[in-house]
Design a protein around this ligand. Structure first.
Ligand SMILES: *Cc1c(COP(=O)(O)O)cnc(C)c1O
Length: 392
């Protein structure tokens, strides 16, 4: 590990797939004095943020902001819409899908769990088959993780929506877009997502501490008959207060200042440009991985993630010791393998406030780390990435 007692010159490279780097202007925005969240100036901040969030989710429905991590967003989505004993259909794409399933189980839901290989996304045909088999329509919701951050696999939400429609199934559609929002195009309304869950610390370029729920009219209808016991997450209280520009309890005022500024940055760059930047940097990363002769966790190129690339090391080699070497020698944090991928992969985050030269530095750190570790690889990753960047 890095020696925290001694000064390390230069900037730390935080290349985990969230929390991501926070732009300086966002950090500065958060140092503004705290204001009265029940005072006359607060509604302007709330309204400004909600207006600027809508085009990020591509929705005209309600968006709720809670002081919590992304896990709270899962819990809020399930508690508001469903009742204990309800059945939900969920897919094992990786660690985050598994954690969400565990939350659902703890809340008393019955989870139909479709196992997966942690290298591919949700198969829309499988979704259709499962829903067709549910002839009495007892499945109340389909849960899908858009970008499975533990593997770097992005499921095709639009196709999953079509599968639900083809099966003519009335289940709610809930999507975890925590690490895809503001990195990969997301269309809450067009894809008829009922609840989109997100959080502050990934594509939104903020520190951890906020979670978000975008809810369709259908989800809000469901919330009126949900029998789950809860208080903190109540959408009805959010709607009532947000309508007047306030929150039912003390919001994270300074994170909201940061969100206000982060949304300015996203919109001034342009959402399409933001997605293209992520796609290009992700592709350059994969060029480097291929040149190193290492295997990308994501098997299907149509499911490559814009946010993170999972990289397998050879059987018997230890990806965490590589990560530790890179942290100690080059002051860069890479994502660890989570759950059953522990030690077998490392993850390069290319998410949020990130550009060509930051990627060049990141890949240089990885290539130097590979050179001084016992990880079998070839040279030339950086060159492959830079060639791609300079010609695209
Ligand atoms: C980061 C992340 C979460 C949220 O995790 P928290 O630690 O609770 O903020 C949920 N889902 C995915 C896909 C994520 O990447």
């Amino acid at each position: 590990m890095s020696n925290s007692n001694s000064f390390q010159a230069g900037r730390h490279f935080l290349q985990i797939p969230g929390p991501s780097n926070v732009p300086n202007s966002v950090l500065r925005a958060m140092t503004q004095p705290v204001i009265d969240h029940r005072g006359p100036d607060f509604p302007e901040l709330t309204n400004r943020i909600l207006d600027k969030l809508a085009p990020v989710f591509n929705t005209s429905s309600s968006i709720f902001i809670f002081p919590a991590s992304g896990t709270g967003g899962w819990e809020s989505a399930l508690l508001n819409t469903l009742s204990p004993g309800d059945r939900v259909l969920a897919f094992e794409t990786g660690h985050f899908a598994t954690l969400w399933k565990q939350v659902a189980e703890k809340l008393g839901l019955e989870v139909n769990w479709i196992e997966g290989d942690w290298r591919t996304g949700i198969d829309p045909n499988r979704v259709e088959d499962c829903l067709r088999a549910d002839t009495d329509k007892s499945i109340k919701a389909v849960l899908a993780v858009h970008t499975e951050t533990s593997t770097g696999v992005t499921s095709q939400i639009e196709k999953i929506r079509s599968a639900i429609d083809t099966a003519k199934h009335p289940a709610l559609f809930m999507v975890d877009a925590v690490s895809s929002l503001a990195c990969t195009e997301f269309k809450h309304d067009e894809w008829q997502v009922d609840v989109t869950i997100s959080a502050s610390q990934k594509g939104l370029m903020l520190p951890p501490g906020l979670c978000l729920n975008a809810a369709s009219e259908k989800a809000i209808e469901f919330s009126k008959s949900s029998k789950s016991q809860h208080s903190y997450w109540q959408w009805d209280a959010m709607i009532e207060n947000n309508d007047r520009g306030y929150f039912p309890y003390t919001p994270s005022t300074n994170l909201l200042y940061g969100l206000d500024e982060a949304l300015n940055l996203l919109h001034s760059e342009g959402m399409d440009e933001v997605f293209q930047r992520h796609a290009r940097l992700a592709e350059a990363t994969r060029k480097a991985v291929e040149a190193w002769g290492l295997e990308i966790v994501c098997k299907n190129s149509a499911e490559y993630s814009n946010s993170t690339t999972g990289v397998l090391v050879a059987e018997g080699e230890n990806a965490d010791s590589l990560r530790n070497t890179i942290l100690r020698k080059f002051n860069m944090s890479l994502g660890t393998g989570l759950g059953k991928l522990k030690g077998k992969i490392f993850r390069i985050g290319h998410i949020g406030d990130f550009n060509d030269l930051m990627l060049a530095g990141t890949l240089s750190g990885v290539e130097m780390g590979l050179a001084i570790s016992d990880i079998s690889h070839s040279k030339g990753g950086i060159e492959a990435a830079l060639n791609y960047l300079s010609s695209n």
